[in-house]
Design a protein around this ligand. Structure first.
Ligand code: ADP
Ligand code: MG
Ligand code: MG
Length: 253
C-alpha cells in the first residue's frame, strides 16, 4: 500500500431516534511511511472513522470515498481490507470465549498470507513468544480466551501483540494509550516505533499529547463535530495540550 485517501467522507449510523450523520466530509490522505495522529474531544467521530476505514457494516458511507492506491475499498469486506494490509486496534476490543488468543492471532497472521505460504505452527509459536517477551506480557496470555478477563492494560497490549504479529501496512490505533500506566505506554510506544519504516503507516487516535512524546507524529489532525477542523505537525499536539480543543474550534470558525 502506498496511499490511503479519504475524500469527502460522510458516515451515518442508525439509532433508535433514526439516522444520524456522524462524519460530515472527512478528507485525509495517509502515505506509506507516515505517522498521523488524530485528536479531538470525546464523541466526535474518531472511532466512527476507524471502524469505517476497517469496514464495520454498522457504519454507512453516504457520500465520499476511501481509496487504497487509487482503488475504492468501500465494497470490500473487513477480511479483504485486512488481507490488503489494514489493521485496527479497537478502542474496546471484545472478549471472545472459546477462542484462544494464540488461535485468533494465528488466523489473523495467516489471513494476510497466501494459501501456499501459511506460517508453520512452530515458527508462529516462537515468534509469538518473542513478542510476548518484548511487550512484557505474561506467557499464559497466549493460551487464554481472547480478551476474556484481560485487564484494561492487558487488552491494549494484546492489540499491539496482534499488530506486531500481523505486520500490517496501515495500523489504526484507537486510544491504545487509554488505561496504560507510564511503563506500559513506553513499551507500547517502542513496539509501534519498531514497526516504523517505508512500508508502514499508522493513524494514532489519542486524547493525550503524552503518547506523542514517545511516538512523534508527522501530522496531527483535530476531529470535531465530524470534521477535521485543523491539521499541523507534531507541534499542534503540544499546542492543544496548552489550549484545549475549544480555542482551536473558535479559531476555525
Ligand atoms: P469518539 O471516538 O470521537 O469518542 P465516536 O465515533 O465513538 O466518537 O462517536 C461519535 C458519535 O457517534 C457519538 O455521539 C456516538 O454516540 C455516536 N455513535 C458512534 N457509534 C454509534 C453506533 N454504533 N450507534 C449509534 N451511535 C453511535
Ligand atoms: Mg471516545
Ligand atoms: Mg473513540
Amino acid at each position: 500500500m502506498q496511499e490511503l485517501a479519504i475524500s469527502n467522507l460522510h458516515v451515518s449510523v442508525e439509532t433508535d431516534e433514526g439516522t444520524r450523520e456522524i462524519l460530515r466530509g472527512i478528507n485525509l490522505t495517509i502515505h506509506a511511511g507516515e505517522i498521523h495522529a488524530l485528536m479531538g474531544p470525546n464523541g466526535n467521530g474518531k472511532s466512527t472513522l476507524s471502524e469505517t476505514i476497517m469496514g464495520n457494516p454498522h457504519y454507512q458511507v453516504t457520500q465520499g470515498d476511501i481509496r487504497m492506491d487509487g482503488q475504492s475499498i468501500l465494497d470490500w469486506t473487513v477480511d479483504q481490507r485486512a488481507r490488503a494490509g489494514l489493521f485496527l486496534a479497537m478502542q474496546y476490543p471484545p472478549a471472545i470465549a472459546g477462542i484462544t488468543n494464540a488461535a485468533f492471532i494465528r488466523a489473523a497472521v495467516n489471513a494476510r498470507r497466501a494459501k501456499d505460504d501459511q506460517m508453520p505452527v512452530t515458527r508462529f509459536l516462537r515468534e509469538l513468544d518473542e513478542r510476548l517477551t518484548q511487550l512484557k506480557m505474561k506467557p499464559d496470555m497466549a493460551d487464554r480466551y481472547l480478551n476474556a478477563g484481560f485487564s484494561g492494560g492487558e487488552k491494549k497490549k494484546n492489540e499491539i501483540l496482534q499488530l506486531l504479529m500481523v505486520q500490517p501496512h496501515l495500523a489504526i490505533l484507537d486510544e491504545i494509550d487509554s488505561g496504560l500506566d507510564v511503563d506500559a505506554m513506553r513499551i507500547v510506544a517502542e513496539a509501534v516505533n519498531s514497526m516504523r519504516g517505508p512500508q508502514f503507516s499508522t493513524l494514532i487516535i489519542t486524547h493525550y499529547q503524552r503518547l506523542l512524546d514517545y511516538i512523534v507524529p508527522d501530522f496531527v489532525h483535530v476531529l470535531k463535530d465530524g470534521c477535521i477542523i485543523e491539521s499541523g505537525g507534531a507541534a499542534l499536539a503540544k499546542q492543544l495540550e496548552q489550549s484545549g480543543y475549544e480555542d482551536i474550534s473558535e479559531a476555525a470558525e
